[in-house]
Ligand binder design. Structure first.
Ligand code: FES
Length: 158
C-alpha cells in the first residue's frame, strides 16, 4: 500500500512537490548569483547631469537678504542679492555643517557655530573654514528676462 501519495520509488505527489520546491530554491539562488555576477562584471556607471533650474522672478529676491531655495538633491541654495550681483551659495558651512546666513549689514555670509565668515562670493575669510581653506559651494545664477535660473549639477548611478 502506498503512503499519502509517495510511491515506493519516491515519485509520488509528495516526491514531486519536494523536487519542485528544491528546484525553485535552486532557481532563486541561481538568479541572485547571476544578478550579483552581472553587477560585478558591469558595475554601475556614474553620470553627471547638469540642469538649469528655474528659481524665481528677480523681484522675489529682496536686496540684502538671503532667500533659501530647495535643490533637487535635498540641499538648499541661499540666493542673495548682495547689491552688486545675485549669488546662490550652499547654506551648509563647510566646517561642520551649520546653517550659514547672510548678514546684510556686514555684507558677509556668517556661520553662527564657530565664527566662520565668508565673502559675498563664498570665499572663507575668517574662522575655521578660512583656516581650512574651505569655501561655500557656489552655484551659477543666470538671468533670462526677469527670471532667475540656477545651474545645478548632480551625479546619478545607472
Ligand atoms: S560649522 Fe561653521 S564655522 Fe564651524
Amino acid at each position: 500500500m502506498e503512503n499519502a501519495g509517495i510511491g515506493a520509488d519516491g515519485t509520488g505527489r509528495r516526491g514531486f512537490l519536494a523536487r519542485l520546491a528544491m528546484l525553485s530554491g535552486l532557481g532563486t539562488v541561481a538568479a541572485v548569483a547571476s544578478a550579483l555576477a552581472a553587477r560585478y562584471i558591469y558595475p554601475l556607471k556614474s553620470i553627471r547631469l547638469k540642469r538649469t533650474i528655474f528659481l524665481a522672478p528677480k523681484t522675489d529676491i529682496p536686496p540684502g537678504r538671503g532667500r533659501p531655495y530647495r535643490l533637487p538633491d535635498g540641499g538648499t541654495a541661499l540666493v542673495t542679492d548682495t547689491g552688486t550681483e545675485i549669488v546662490a551659495l550652499s547654506d551648509i558651512c563647510p566646517h561642520l555643517g551649520c546653517k550659514v546666513h547672510y548678514d546684510g549689514a556686514r555684507g558677509k555670509f556668517v556661520c553662527p557655530c564657530h565664527g566662520g565668515v565668508f565673502e559675498k562670493d563664498g570665499t572663507a575669510i575668517a574662522g575655521p573654514p578660512a583656516e581650512e581653506g574651505k569655501n561655500l559651494k557656489r552655484y551659477a545664477v543666470s538671468k533670462v528676462g526677469e527670471n532667475l535660473f540656477i545651474d545645478f549639477e548632480e551625479t546619478i548611478q545607472s
